[in-house]
Design a binder for this molecule. Structure first.
Ligand code: HEM
Length: 142
């Protein structure tokens, strides 16, 4: 099997398929543009700062390492646990679904192949589910 035929998730295959850092930067910028305008993402948008520039950069840096590329988030901001980083937020099922919808639409708009979009959304559903669990648990116990 040649290097460009690797399965997503194998080494940095996902990072390469995403278009490396320029691709991830474009993806995260589009993700936040969609979040900024999609009515069903309004409660999710409201959890974020007014200026989304830094949020987009942080997400792109995180996804770089998460997809098997350079661990840019760690290099620039230090270690992160995604569930713990979100534990203070009022995330519910609606905002969690909206997060994944924004990402799905960004992948569609940027014409990533369907199999890549489906793979990435499936994989991102795991941390999204963890974020939801941690936030729900914190809210139920506060
Ligand atoms: C599913 C529900 C989610 C909600 C409601 C949510 C919401 C948020 C909010 C409000 C912020 C703060 C932005 C800022 O202050 O700049 C944030 C930051 C962040 N999110 Fe999420 N997020 C979700 C899922 C995810 C997932 C699945 C990932 C990655 C796999 C992710 C990665 C990040 C990263 C890396 C940051 C920056 C953390 C920091 O340095 O403060 N988020 N998110």
């Amino acid at each position: 099997m040649t290097a460009d035929k690797r399965e997503y998730g194998d080494g940095d295959a996902t990072y390469q398929a995403a278009g490396q850092l320029p691709g991830l930067t474009q993806l995260c910028d589009r993700f936040y543009q969609i979040m900024d305008t999609l009515p069903e993402a309004a409660s999710l948008r409201a959890m974020h700062p007014a200026d989304l520039t830094e949020s987009s950069r942080k997400l792109a840096f995180f996804l770089s390492g998460w997809t098997g590329g350079p661990k840019l988030y760690r290099e620039h901001y230090g270690p992160i646990s995604i569930p713990q980083a979100h534990a203070h937020l009022p995330a519910d099922l609606h905002s969690t679904r909206a997060w994944l919808t924004c990402m799905d639409q960004a992948l569609q708009q940027l014409d990533y192949p369907n199999d890549f979009r489906e793979y990435l959304i499936r994989e991102l559903s795991r941390p999204a589910q963890r974020v939801l669990q941690v936030c729900q648990h914190r809210m139920a116990n506060s």
